[in-house]
Design a protein around this ligand. Structure first.
Ligand code: NAP
Length: 280
């Protein structure tokens, strides 16, 4: 019988641990501040930002909010980031993506001090991960590792297949599994025989961005399946990149959507905010 990995419960556990840490830090005179920058009126981004602020409040992290109009220029945004880089009460800086089209995302993300880059997107932090140095790690893949570890799933020596090679999920995911001594394969849209490749996996992490793409034909009996995907269906319900009902009878562990990987992303962002104190 497959076990469902409860991302909601695990993320709450992490947030409670962080809450205790933050109150200990406060008792020793240290506080943590996260600057959250939102440019424009994208409704989905506004929801994400609101949830991040709520998590900060729960844990005891001070969130400083910068809600800028759609017309904000790249120079204005870069100037704000420069100010925040130099502010002592700001430990983390988060720019909510996507940015309006007239702003170069890469230039903006590169302007954030690597020591305050709690999203783990700066090339310095990406490089640090790949050579095993300290730094911030992208939140969603870091959350997947926590889900595996806290569910008692061993990674060392396991065949791990990651489908997807994006900079924010697939690539850091593969690096993290490698760091945990997994034997890692990265599959993508040019991979030949995807089913065969996936059927080798003891641990299959799916980050394709296509609803219910992975069915039981891609699964080795008893595999662990982690579904990073998130999609709103026509009936307004959420689903992942994995066809959950079809795959379920064949797996040992699986993450549901919603309630699997999703809640972990914010928990790991909070973890990065707390970690910023020791990195700075
Ligand atoms: P992305 O940038 O669109 O990357 C998708 C990856 O999947 C690409 O590397 C692509 O390969 C690969 N791919 C696409 N079609 C494929 C196919 N038919 N066979 C094999 N590989 C294929 O997406 P992302 O940002 O990594 O996100 C992936 C999913 O996770 C999305 O559903 C997203 O909404 C979700 N997500 C969830 C969270 C969370 O907090 N839960 C966070 C981030 C993302 P190529 O590189 O060759 O094009």
């Amino acid at each position: 019988m497959a076990e469902i990995i409860d991302g909601k419960a695990i993320s709450t556990q992490i947030k409670d641990e962080l809450k205790t840490k933050v109150s200990e830090l406060k008792a020793s005179g240290k506080s943590i501040g996260l600057a959250v920058i939102l440019v424009g009126n994208d409704p989905a981004s506004a929801v994400y930002v609101r949830n991040k602020k709520k998590a900060c409040e729960y844990i005891g992290i001070e969130s400083l909010s910068y809600e800028l109009p759609e017309e904000t220029t790249e120079d204005e945004l870069l100037k704000l980031i420069d100010e925040l880089n130099n502010k002592n009460n700001v430990n983390g800086i988060l720019v909510q993506l996507p940015l309006p089209k007239h702003i170069n995302e890469e230039r903006v993300l590169d302007a954030i001090s690597p020591l305050k880059d709690v999203d783990g997107f700066h090339p310095v932090n990406v490089g640090a991960l790949s050579i095993g140095r300290k730094g911030f790690v992208s939140c969603t893949p870091a959350g997947v590792i926590e889900l595996l570890k806290r569910s008692g799933i061993e990674i060392e020596g396991k065949e791990c297949v990651v489908i997807g090679r994006s900079n924010i999920v697939g690539k850091p995911m593969a690096q993290l599994l490698l760091r945990e001594n997994g034997t890692v394969t990265i599959a993508h849209s040019r991979t030949k025989n995807l089913k065969e490749v996936c059927r080798r996996a003891d641990i299959l992490v799916v980050a394709i961005g296509k609803p219910k793409f992975i069915d039981s034909e891609y699964i080795k009996e008893g595999a662990v399946v982690i579904d990073v995907g998130i999609h709103r269906q026509e009936d307004n319900k959420l689903c992942g990149d994995v066809d959950y009902d079809d795959v379920f009878p064949h797996v040992s562990y699986i993450t549901p959507v919603p309630g699997g990987v999703g809640p972990m992303t914010i928990a790991m962002l909070m973890n990065n905010c707390v970690k910023s104190i020791s990195l700075q």
